[in-house]
Design a protein around this ligand. Structure first.
Ligand SMILES: NC(=O)c1ccc[n+]([C@@H]2O[C@H](COP(=O)([O-])OP(=O)(O)OC[C@H]3O[C@@H](n4cnc5c(N)ncnc54)[C@H](O)[C@@H]3O)[C@@H](O)[C@H]2O)c1
Length: 409
């Protein structure tokens, strides 16, 4: 049966939902009964379903159980999986099952620590979505549980698995753009972040991102990815942070800011600035890494290098000095310092598979082979604690010190 025939046979509700079960040809081949890898998913909402979609492409993976408190999710998962998936409203009952190899946690942020810790303590490997923990204490508790249980934990920072990120970051770490002291990241869009709510009683369940009780807003939802990249490039987590934010456009009852501007301090005076606004999409999502001899622009699709045309501290030649007096790089020159407008050098690295698929495949391999994941709990901790402290700074109006991860062991 080809895809067209299949679509012809699909029910109207499946088509209307836009969710189609995976076709046989989308899955990896050569499944033997021994390869079966059973996954339970807590929180199969938007991201959880994307993870299910990608996991189902991997050899031997089956979604063996799902847990959610919002009834419509169960039918959505059944449609994705192509057959009914055992369902639970209480994750504790799901974790009592003996046949689960791993648990995916994709619930709202404020529940991550509860669900990840319970799943690890039940003896399962866990793929936990970012931001790893809501509060610094939550992130610390996950760090401790991973250490105490010895179970595999991978955090949902899937860009760690993107070939163009890996190649570009390695080049930066090899000093291809000189000494990096500044990183400037934008995650801008022109959208209000609201989801439609069929029943008013479900407003906070569906739009949890907009309320401070459940969400860290733009910093945890978007910024944590960029903070992770900065940590990766600079080889450490930030030391301190100062930030501001406000609700400037969407006065609709939300509690989280619709724009934030935050500066993270790293050792040796290095800095990362994260800015996010939801009322203008010109800059989109992009992260700039500035070095003394070049710059790198990283996006969700590619990596482009730009090289500095000349040393920036040049003193003008003698003749010019005689005519106009001494001019240095610090002096004003009317025609100086225009932005560069030419093309950069785009990395030829193939983008490969979707980073989420690569991250899921790597997670399954790590669990099967008892190996440590690349995006491990330390990486999750470093990004999550920085995002949480940034929110504390916005709320307190003061610079916040970011506690380092406790020494392992
Ligand atoms: N890595 C990425 O690129 C990426 C992308 C999007 C979202 N995320 C993360 O994934 C997580 C979920 O985001 P989302 O957009 O899918 O949210 P969502 O609201 O679409 O899904 C969350 C699901 O959890 C369910 N839920 C709520 N309380 C529960 C409970 N007590 N027990 C069981 N289920 C419960 C909800 O009903 C919902 O189905 C967030 O942490 C988000 O930051 C990561």
């Amino acid at each position: 049966m080809n895809r067209r025939d299949f679509l012809g046979g699909a029910s109207a509700s499946v088509l209307a939902s836009g969710m189609l079960p995976l076709l046989a040809q989308d899955r990896e081949k050569n499944v033997s009964p021994d390869d079966t890898f059973s996954v339970g998913v807590i929180g199969p909402g938007s991201r959880g379903q994307e993870l299910i979609r990608q996991l189902l492409r991997i050899r031997g993976v089956r979604i063996a159980a799902v847990c959610d408190i919002y009834e419509p999710r169960f039918a959505e998962v059944d449609q994705l999986a192509g057959s009914p998936v055992p369902r639970y409203k209480d994750y504790r009952h799901m974790l009592e099952r003996k046949d689960l190899d791993a648990i995916v946690v994709a619930t709202p942020l404020y529940l991550h620590a509860e669900h990840v810790n319970a799943a690890l303590n039940s003896g399962r490997a866990v793929y936990g979505e970012k931001s790893m923990g809501f509060t610094p204490e939550d992130s610390l508790s996950i760090l401790r549980t991973v250490s105490e249980t010895g179970k595999i934990f991978q955090v949902g920072h899937q860009y760690r698995y993107a070939p163009w990120f890996q190649d570009a970051v390695q080049r930066v770490r090899d000093l291809q753009i000189g000494k990096v002291t500044q990183i400037v990241a934008y995650w801008n869009r022109n959208a209000d972040w609201r989801r439609p709510v069929p029943e008013p009683k479900d407003e906070r369940l569906i739009n949890w991102r907009l309320y401070r009780e459940y969400s860290g807003g733009l910093l945890t939802e978007l910024g944590s990815h960029h903070i992770d990249v900065a940590n990766w490039v600079l080889g450490e987590q930030p030391i301190d942070v100062i930030g501001v934010g406000s609700i400037a456009v969407y006065h609709d009852g939300r509690e989280v800011d619709d724009n934030v501007q935050v500066i993270f301090g790293y050792s040796e005076g290095r800095r990362m600035t994260f800015t996010s606004m939801t009322s203008n999409s010109l800059m989109g999502e992009q992260l700039w890494i500035y070095g003394t001899s070049g710059s790198l622009q990283l996006t969700l699709e590619d990596a482009t290098f730009y090289y500095e045309p000349r040393p920036i501290h040049a003193v003008n030649p003698h003749s010019e000095m005689m005519q106009h007096g001494v001019t240095t790089g610090a002096s004003f020159r009317a025609q100086g310092e225009m932005p560069y407008r030419g093309p950069g050098t785009r990395l030829a690295t193939a983008s490969g598979d979707d980073p989420t698929l690569v991250a899921c495949r790597s997670f399954v391999d790590c669990v099967r082979g008892k190996k440590q994941p690349l995006a491990d709990v330390q990486i999750g901790y470093a990004a999550a604690i920085a995002a949480a402290c940034a929110n504390r700074s916005i709320q307190s109006g003061r610079k916040e010190i970011i506690p380092p991860a406790p020494a392992a062991g």
